[in-house]
Design a protein around this ligand. Structure first.
Ligand SMILES: C[S@@+](CC[C@H](N)C(=O)[O-])C[C@H]1O[C@@H](n2cnc3c(N)ncnc32)[C@H](O)[C@@H]1O
Length: 341
């Protein structure tokens, strides 16, 4: 086996890479083959891969790399893909079902459907396993990137690891838990410190904070009671109800709350899926005004409103420690780390 390929939230490859190094001891290569949202470990092995699946909180998918090689862009590339894919049959018995998940980036004289058909026929012939596209027992990835072909076993199947079991309440504009986890790593709070998500919706950020292995004092606040009730349900499902204080509160009045806070991680409304666009500038301004008065050290914030946050930081004399574009599903959002001291 030739290595392990993992998918991460695009734009956060370096943060996932840190986590994978902690779990395996090896620092993965970020964006291998120029692929955004991927990291790759040189050393493969099923035990390593299962450890990542069980313990990682930032990864989306984990695959074992079975073979890689060069393929032509012309029709002759299909027989080369066939040859490279054959190795997957070693992992299948005639009692198994499988599906090819074919992907293609670049210009080729064949489509991803052609790739799937060629690889599928070869593997079926060699292993005797049956094709089941909807519910296969083994998902095999065949990916052609320019003139490179990668053949993998997708150990996480068709389900991404960001789908946590605790999401019993689905907030209409929830954040991917993998991104929440990465935000907390970027925020890097000290142990025993106080951390707040003042617009916590279904509670993703406070729940991920409580699942980090540190002794944080965590608050989740939200203007609407129905979301706080949902966040409480999610925290019960995650087994961390007793680690988070959930409060119905207005984030623009954070300074009137009885506590001060050291850190904040927040995903405020963007005026796209929830809230009207025109209320956003005032909401953010009032929120920053309140944040300034609660003793904060650092804030990690995700929003589509890049210029608004830049202007507010400059208006309030706050230093932006880090700024990067990331993808939350199909939405491009900007992640800020803001220093208050
Ligand atoms: C983008 S959603 C957060 C989603 C959350 N991160 C999750 O994963 O479920 C923003 C939340 O901010 C809340 N909100 C809007 N204005 C607020 C305010 N002034 N105070 C507190 N919460 C507010 C909204 O009700 C919404 O639930």
């Amino acid at each position: 086996m030739e290595g392990i390929i993992c998918t991460t939230p695009p734009g956060l490859e370096d943060i996932s890479s840190m986590e994978v190094k902690e779990l395996t001891g090896e620092r993965p290569k970020e964006r291998p083959f120029g692929l955004r949202g991927r990291i790759m470990l040189k050393e493969g092995g099923i035990d390593r891969a299962w450890k990542l699946i069980r313990e990682s909180r930032s990864l989306h998918r984990v695959s074992l790399l079975l073979s890689q090689g060069s393929v032509s862009r012309g029709r002759e590339g299909l027989s080369e893909i066939r040859e490279l894919s054959a190795v997957a049959s070693d992992f299948l018995s005639p009692h198994d079902t499988f599906a090819i998940r074919a992907r293609r980036i670049g210009k080729h004289e064949y489509t991803s459907l052609d790739i799937g058909r060629e690889a599928g026929e070869e593997i079926k012939k060699k292993s005797g396993a049956k094709v089941n596209l909807d519910n296969p027992s083994v998902a095999i990835g065949v990916e052609v990137i320019g003139e490179k072909c990668l053949v993998t076993i997708e150990l996480t199947g068709d389900l991404s690891l960001h789908r946590r079991g605790y999401r019993v309440y689905d907030h209409p504009s929830s954040l991917k838990p993998s991104i929440a986890h990465c935000m907390l790593r970027i925020l890097d709070p000290e142990e025993e410190s106080r951390i707040v998500d003042p617009m916590c919706g279904g509670g993703t950020i406070p729940i991920e904070a409580s699942l980090l292995s540190m002794n944080l004092r965590i608050w989740g606040m939200e203007k609407y009671e129905k979301h706080i009730r949902g966040a409480i349900l999610n925290s019960y499902a995650a087994g961390v109800r007793d680690k988070i204080k959930f409060v119905v509160w207005d984030a623009t009045k954070l300074d009137e709350f009885r506590e001060e806070f050291d850190y904040s991680a927040v995903n405020p409304p963007y005026g796209i899926r929830i809230a009207r666009k025109k209320i956003i500038p005032k909401l953010y301004e009032d929120f920053f005004y309140a944040l300034e008065k609660v003793g904060l050290k650092r804030l990690c914030l995700i929003t589509t409103e890049r210029n608004l946050v830049r202007n507010l930081c400059s208006g309030f004399g706050l230093k932006i420690g880090e700024e990067r574009w990331i993808m939350n599903g199909n939405l491009k959002v900007c992640l800020f780390l803001v220093n208050f001291t």
